[in-house]
Design a protein. Structure first.
Lengths: 301, 301
């Protein structure tokens, strides 16, 4: 399972980055490989100042060793060794009409100090953060999410869509980070699913990522936009940074377990803007977005 | 004590904002008064897009009521009422040669549910965050800090300077937010100082703020700068935002106790920039700053 998923995310990193390079038409991913002193390491691939993508990062990592103190408390377990691997990506487009996207797929194993497996699970998801709301784009993204879930269980889409809305909630702003997608965690062998079933599920989700996102990029990347659209994008990017720095468990976890800060922070927007108490004009496109973020809706049935 | 300090911060807010308006020469502070549903409220004064100050905010607040759950854990006390008041300010100048400054002075009282005072203390400080290091400016700022401390106790400057360096430590970057100043907390009636002594101390610190900062602003505000100096300023402003959102107790506290987000976030920079793994050129002015931030030094003896 460990090796199968490790291979999978390695190949997925390559296929996603080559597709993104094609769509961008100009930028090439820069590659940084890094080692974790306590065991394992990762590969960070990043574009800055592309044609389409102002910043786009795809990380893979596979780390192992003794479970750090902070993670012991988090998982409520002591004296364990662990293995964790995953892929995470965030793409920040230049054009404010193209949404930002985030995805992450990860696998975790816990062992007794003698090396016996105690627990194993998958987690992850994908979610979309538009600056201007095109309902067709939101429906398309959620439709791809639902279709891939439906193959594995009719209850999964609603469950993981709801989890996504509640996880990416910027509580101090009383609004969602974006329009959601899927979020799942602790997918374990239980009830009617074993780890192989979840492996098939999560790899299907990974394989559907480009189908969910690229059609939207291609549709919107040549839209006209004004400097005030860009300012709005930067104000919203600041909310993105707020969520990641204040609330996101993965980010804080990485920082507190001595992760590689620059790899963790590929998720942060290239630029951000904090204006005091900025309130969009009534009935503006900006206000329409906020309304949806304040109370998430169903995009597909 | 409560009323004396409340009056003091009200007057200080007015005197600081009028001095800042004079130095800016163009902007006028916008005033927002707000109420806290659970008791008390505050006054936020803010400038955006001034001549000298791109964003400058001065908050005062006085809140009271039952100690919220999150604060009970923090102060290790139950069944208490509280009163808290303070002034906090952050000035983000436009010119990268002018440093950002932060200051905060606060007073806290805890009562039994019957209204008897259980505890009371002062806290606060002031600290400077340059984008380019002018040693004379750093020395001047620290000299003012030291002079005001020395009047009240020869040991105070070193103690509060060291606390400032350790508090404003951006641990995930292994660097300080800025070049420090003073930081103190839980100044209680004990040993050779009573609350009146600390009141005289903290009001002396408050009164010295403009002397510590304005001469630096006046000296640097007309310096030439390039667009690459601005980009460096924005990269450093992102570190400022990281500190405030990830580490700053006051910010997280405010967000978690349902404070007014827009007033808390006047501290955040007007713009910020996250470039991947940006490393300044050897022997550049940018690198010189980083070296000082990585290992804080003594500025005055």
């Amino acid at each position: 399972m460990k090796n199968a998923f490790l291979n999978y995310i390695g190949e997925l990193q390559n296929s996603i980055t080559s597709s993104i390079e094609k769509v961008d038409g100009s930028a090439k991913f820069k590659v940084d490989e890094w080692k974790r002193p306590e065991g394992g390491g990762g590969k960070t691939k990043i574009i800055e100042n592309g044609n389409v993508f102002e910043k786009a990062g795809v990380n893979t990592s596979a780390v192992h060793g003794q479970l750090p103190k902070s993670m012991q408390d988090y998982f409520k377990t002591k004296n364990s060794n662990f293995f964790a691997c995953g892929l995470s990506l965030v793409f920040h487009p230049k054009n404010p009409m193209v949404p930002t996207v985030h995805a992450n797929w990860r696998y975790f194993e816990l062992y007794s100090l003698k090396g016996k497996i105690k627990d194993q699970w998958f987690g992850g998801g994908l979610d979309l953060t538009p600056y201007y709301l095109f309902k067709d784009d939101a429906k398309h993204f959620h439709k791809v999410c639902k279709d891939v879930c439906d193959v594995h269980g009719k209850e999964l889409y609603k469950k993981f869509k709801d989890k996504c809305d509640s996880y990416f909630w910027n509580s101090h702003r009383k609004e969602a980070r974006g329009i959601g997608g899927l979020f799942f965690d602790y997918l374990r062998s239980e009830n009617n699913k074993n780890m192989e079933d979840w492996f098939l599920f999560i790899t299907d989700v990974g394989d559907s990522f480009l189908n969910a996102y690229l059609p939207i990029v291609n549709l919107r990347k040549n839209h006209n936009y004004s400097s005030s659209n860009r300012i709005w994008q930067e104000i919203r990017r600041a909310r993105y940074a707020e969520f990641n720095l204040v609330h996101d468990k993965g980010t804080l976890f990485g920082l507190k377990t001595n992760g590689r800060t620059e790899s963790i922070f590929i998720s942060l927007p290239p630029t951000a803007r904090w204006k005091y108490n900025y309130i969009p004009k009534q009935n503006s496109e900006e206000e329409k977005l906020i309304k949806i973020l304040k109370s998430p809706i169903e995009w597909v049935k």
